[in-house]
Design a protein around this ligand. Structure first.
Ligand code: GRF
Length: 204
């Protein structure tokens, strides 16, 4: 099976991008990472990508007059890589339906909550405030709605009474990396099919 051409989008620290990269290097995910797209000047994840020798595309939203121009720039910049899969790894921007339509069922995202609960920002804080006893993370296909779309994999962690947003986020993060790796590996192995809202092929 030929390797998939992957492009990663990230905005900050990049621990999920690093996890994906390491799994690609280990052969767990059968892909080549062709480029990293980042929307935040100075984000640490760009330094990691440069260390890996991966082209970095910086698209600073503030440098564009409109969201359309910002997205058109990214689409043009990544077009040469002919991505089979785009992994949003802590990319903190909502992409338009037009953008997503170019890569329908080829874009994956990770969200630090058990969707469909706690979409949007501060998902871990939302979980604590709701008093749930179980939290976790979700890897899903991207659709125009924020933190929605067919769910590929989820992993759960307990929520403790003395948890803060930070302690819960750290516990969830330990699950994010293996969950994203497994979901991306399944995708790159052509194991996944989407039927409506349901992703088939995730169970051994
Ligand atoms: C992760 O918790 C991810 O789920 C969320 O943003 C965070 C990014 O962390 N969307 P990192 O940049 O991958 O370390």
């Amino acid at each position: 099976m030929t390797k998939k051409k992957m492009v990663i989008f990230a905005s900050g620290r990049g621990s999920n991008a690093i996890a994906l990269h390491d799994a690609v290097e280990a052969g767990t995910i059968k892909a080549d990472i062709k480029a990293l797209v980042c929307d935040i000047p100075g984000a640490p994840v760009m330094d990691r990508a440069r260390e890996w020798g991966i082209p970095v595309i910086l698209a600073d939203r503030k440098a564009f007059d409109s969201k359309e121009a910002f997205e058109a720039y990214i689409l043009d910049a990544i077009a040469p890589y002919e991505a089979d899969v785009i992994c949003l790894a802590g990319f903190m921007r909502l992409l338009s339906g037009d953008f997503i339509s170019h890569y329908e069922h080829k874009m994956l995202n990770i969200h630090p909550a058990l969707l469909p609960s706690f979409r949007g920002l501060h998902a871990q804080r939302q979980a604590i405030e709701a008093g749930v006893k179980i939290a976790g993370c979700t890897v899903h296909f991207v659709v125009p709605d924020m933190d929605a779309g067919p769910i590929i994999l989820q992993s759960a962690v307990p929520v403790y009474e003395d948890d803060t947003e930070d302690t819960l986020a750290a516990r969830i993060l330990t699950k994010e990396h293996p969950t994203y790796i497994k979901a991306a590996a399944l995708f790159c192995d052509d194991k996944l099919t989407v039927r409506g809202n349901v992703v088939m092929g995730t169970q051994e």
